[in-house]
Design a protein. Structure first.
Length: 255
């Protein structure tokens, strides 16, 4: 299934290159590789060359620049095809994990892909989607097995996430909602033994959230990313950015 998804997306690779951002993502990655430094000011502005620039997606830019150096745009498209195929495969496995049959999970995966595919391109948002699904999958695995070892990979995931896209904040929120869910179970539990187990689980998850939050500081911008996320999220310009709008089911790729 993974290979089929990857090849299908790769063969439609031109649709991943429609965004103008791809060029400066590659060029910024090349700059980082060539200079071994992450830019702190705008490299491309003539009128405001000293404007501060928070390069939160530097990891993705280096990855795509490396793929471009090896195989041109085909390399960049292939890397993104693998990432997108991984999103679809994990979404399918997540549906199966929560009890959906293959007959239900597979068409739902195709439906989700047809909707999300509107915003799939050579940009770091796809990494954020992948790591969000990985986080959901990991939390669900823990919920079903109660094996805390399933969660040990989350701090590493958040380190990668904080160096590729600002969406890591939503991952932290997701863990927060998991804690809230366990707290609601705790307050409704009557059995003393079960209540004690729920309390221990809540303490563990709160500790995990704290560790993941600290893990996100392991990036070139350290603590600045979360305030930057809040500032970007509050911009009025967001009302005019396509990928931040509700899905448009009249889009030409769907019709």
């Amino acid at each position: 299934m993974f290979i089929v998804f990857s090849l299908t997306i790769f063969l439609r690779g031109e649709s991943l290159l429609l965004e103008g951002d791809t060029a400066w993502i590659i060029r910024t990655g090349e700059y980082i590789i060539e200079t071994n430094t992450i830019p702190s000011h705008d490299l491309y502005s003539y009128s405001s060359p000293d404007l501060p620039w928070v390069v939160y997606q530097w990891g993705f830019e280096v990855l795509i620049a490396g793929a471009y150096k090896v195989a041109g745009f085909h390399g960049a498209v292939w890397v993104c095809s693998v990432i997108i195929a991984s999103i679809l495969l994990l979404f399918f496995k997540l549906l199966r994990m929560i009890g959906s049959s293959t007959m239900i999970a597979f068409p739902l995966t195709l439906l989700a892909g047809s909707v999300a595919g509107i915003d799939w391109d050579v940009r770091p948002g796809i990494v954020s989607q992948l790591l969000f699904i990985v986080t959901l999958f990991t939390l669900q695995e823990y919920k079903l097995t109660k094996d805390s070892r399933a969660l040990y990979k989350l701090p590493l995931i958040f380190i990668i996430w904080a160096n590729t896209h600002l969406g890591f904040v939503l991952g932290l929120v997701t863990i927060g909602f998991t804690i809230l869910e366990r707290y609601l179970f705790f307050t409704s539990e009557k059995d003393f033994v079960s209540k004690t187990q729920e309390r221990r689980e809540i303490v563990f998850l709160v500790s995990l959230l704290g560790i993941c939050l600290l893990a996100t500081l392991l990036n070139p911008n350290t603590y600045q990313l979360i305030p930057y996320f809040a500032r970007v999220a509050s911009l009025e310009q967001n009302d005019y950015i396509g990928e931040l709008m509700s899905p448009n089911f009249h889009h030409e790729l769907i019709n």
